[in-house]
Design a protein around this ligand. Structure first.
Ligand SMILES: [Zn+2]
Length: 305
């Protein structure tokens, strides 16, 4: 069955049309209206209409929507950052514009679902998709499907605190996080986190890309920074293992492009393994930027009548 997915991001709303084997056939992007709810909802509805028209299936096309954040399963209200939709029932508003109810899902869960189906997590039972980019988030797919959970939220591991043992051994300060707490993983292992670690070590502002490039070129201080980043990220993998016990962790987002990232993480992850637990396979995502739309399209096709 052909299907459509819409991936809502902070800068663009992307619509993708998929063939019956979930290969992208067409993409349409518009910038995300961030000031007003009405403009945002119109842009979202236009993307749904574009999919309906391009597919030739009209209102019969399964269309799923991925968004950063969550929709309260009891009230329908959305909670996200950077979008003008907080507290609004965007499912009902969209239905008013396009004439039918469409399923929504968290974009990290969409990523995990997409990679578990003909992606890097294909053939594994419990797949955690870990997105490492400007932020840190994760999603979960079991047996190739979504699991119903209390809030239908992502795995918000970016806002768990880095263990004291790690901050202590690396002599790192507690950095404040946008969520209001101190010492969250996101502040150390996201793109800006890597830059922050670099600035502390090099005593000047530095971009994450620059640290990675210098480390590759053999600069000892930059290599130390990448090693610190890998040790903290290994603690994040351990947190995922101890709480979710996946057999596969798929890494996506901008930082998954760090050359040799799997090798960087392997040793520090092995060093902190708990007892004789079997280690999950850690892989790089294969579906790239299409994850959110692809996962949402897959979900929509499965719930379609
Ligand atoms: Zn936080």
């Amino acid at each position: 069955m052909i299907s459509g997915g819409v991936d809502i991001g902070g800068t663009k709303i992307e619509a993708r049309l998929f063939s019956d084997d979930l290969t992208t056939t067409e993409v349409h992007r518009v910038s995300t209206p961030r000031d007003h709810l009405d403009g945002f909802m119109e842009a979202l509805a236009d993307q749904v209409r574009w999919l309906e028209e391009r597919s030739g299936a009209g209102g019969k096309l399964p269309v799923g929507i991925a968004l950063p954040g969550l929709i309260d399963t009891r009230t329908g209200r959305a909670f996200t950052s950077n979008l003008p939709v907080n507290g609004h029932d965007i499912g009902a508003l969209l239905a008013g514009l396009v004439g039918r109810r469409l399923p929504f899902m968290n974009d990290c869960n969409a990523f995990a679902l997409s990679e578990a189906n003909n992606g890097a997590g294909e053939g594994f039972q419990v797949v955690v998709g870990l997105i490492m980019g400007t932020g840190i988030g994760a999603g979960l797919s079991v047996a190739g499907r979504m699991t119903r959970r209390f809030n239908e939220s992502a795995l918000e591991v970016g806002h768990v605190g880095v263990p004291a043992r790690t901050l202590g051994s690396l002599d790192l300060p507690l950095w404040p996080c946008g969520c209001g707490k101190m010492g969250c993983f996101e502040q150390y292992v996201s793109g800006s986190g890597l830059a922050r670690l670099g600035a502390l070590k090099l005593r000047r502002p530095v971009r994450a890309e620059e640290i990675v490039a210098s480390a590759l070129a053999g600069d000892p201080e930059s290599n130390t920074v990448v090693s610190q980043w890998a040790q903290i990220t290994a603690e994040l993998l351990l947190l995922i293992q101890l709480t979710q016990d996946p057999d596969c962790i798929v890494i996506g987002g901008g930082l998954s492009g760090i050359p040799g990232i799997i090798e960087h993480l392997d040793k520090p992850f092995q060093n902190i393994r708990l007892g004789e637990m079997h280690m999950p396979v850690v892989r790089i995502a294969v579906h790239g930027d299409s994850s959110g739309a692809r996962g949402a399209a897959l979900m929509a096709a499965r719930v379609a009548p």
